[in-house]
Design a protein around this ligand. Structure first.
Ligand code: ADP
Ligand code: TRP
Length: 323
């Protein structure tokens, strides 16, 4: 059976961009494709940027609650927290000793991050080796990822095939990337790509009042109320179409084109659509967040399911290298 794995860092509260661009499609995929799915929260990865223990714990819980609120089936599949399987850090060391230094020095993601971040630590540099360990530890066949992660997957494949070659054994399964070309880029409140690094996110789990305030802060142009407006350049309309059905979209489009329709009214409709469409997910998310013990138990059960595979892989590499 094909085994799939993907991870999402616990470096912030999950936002609408993460949900529509990664979490919802991944859950739909796990419901419609036969195979075994392992989804995990990459909390060790987030230590490269987040040093505050409480912030990281809250982020980890909220990413887990988000996966569950959107319907990830933990009876059929596995949801776990990266750090709950410590074999991953041990494997990282073995892999690192077979990773040519220039391969890491040339990674785009390290170059991008080291240009942007004040804290350029060795963890950031070593990140692709930890990511390779995430994948190789669990004998993964397919890794659904965004375009920006393809190079990391190539690194994982290179390390795995070089070790298999040196020891003339199938120690690691070679993973394939799966890049969904149809994934949309969700715009943030300023019209750029929604990202926690740009401070333009919409947190659909916020309480109603602050959520409404965020929606009202979406940047629009200064076309006067009476005049017709261009829906195709407007972020409010774009976000609305991502969530609305055809009839609702056509109605808003018509309102824009006719004039006498203000951005405030469009924003109010977007706010109402978000709260009604995600009513159940919002409720479930808050119930889960109010019960961290239950969330911890779900994550621990996931890590326990992942344990035998992790132990077997680690024992293969230890045996081959003579430890
Ligand atoms: P951020 O940019 O907020 O730091 P991450 O890089 O942690 O988000 O992304 C986690 C996942 O969510 C990735 O799979 C990424 O491709 C997806 N994602 C993030 N922002 C968006 C967006 N604006 N549109 C579509 N997908 C997104
Ligand atoms: N590096 C990925 C990101 O920033 C997250 C991640 C960590 C991951 N380990 C992984 C994704 C293993 C897929 C497989 O989005």
């Amino acid at each position: 059976m094909t085994r799939y794995l993907t991870g999402i860092q616990s470096s912030g509260q999950p936002h609408l961009g993460n949900i529509l661009g990664a979490i919802e499609p991944a859950i739909r995929f796990s419901q419609h494709v036969s195979g075994e799915f392992m989804y995990f929260i990459a909390d060790f990865h987030s230590l490269t940027t987040i040093k505050d223990a409480e912030v990281r714990r809250q982020n980890t819980l909220s990413v887990a609650a988000c996966w569950l609120a959107f319907g990830f089936d933990t009876d059929k599949h596995t949801l776990f927290c990266q750090s709950h399987r410590p074999e991953v850090t041990e494997l990282t060391w073995y892999l690192g000793c077979f990773t040519p230094y220039p391969m890491l020095a040339n990674a785009h993601s390290f170059k991008d991050k080291s240009d942007r971040l004040a804290d350029v630590n060795a963890g950031l540099f070593y990140y692709p080796v930890l990511m390779a360990a995430d994948i190789l530890l669990y004998n993964i066949n397919v890794v659904p990822i965004g375009k920006d992660q393809v190079q990391h997957l190539e690194i994982a494949r290179d390390i795995a095939s070089s070790i298999n070659h040196i020891y003339q054994q199938d120690i690691f399964v070679l993973p394939e990337p799966s890049v969904d070309k149809n994934v949309m880029i969700i715009p943030g409140t300023d019209g750029q790509k929604m990202s926690k690094s740009y401070n333009n996110t919409i947190d659909i789990f916020q309480e109603e009042k602050p959520l409404r305030k965020t929606i009202m802060s979406i940047k629009t142009d200064s076309t006067p109320l009476e005049e017709p407006k261009d829906p195709d350049t407007c972020t409010v309309y774009k976000l609305f179409t991502l969530l609305a059905d055809e009839g609702q979209t056509a109605e808003m489009r018509n309102n824009y084109l006719q004039g006498n329709y203000g951005y405030g009214t469009a924003k109010q409709s977007l706010y109402e659509l978000i709260t009604s469409k995600f009513q159940q997910e919002r409720l479930l998310f808050h119930q889960l967040m109010a019960n961290p013990k239950k969330l911890d138990d779900i994550l621990k059960a996931g890590a326990l399911k992942a344990k035998p595979i992790a132990e077997a892989t680690l024992s293969r590499i230890k045996k081959a290298t003579g430890f």
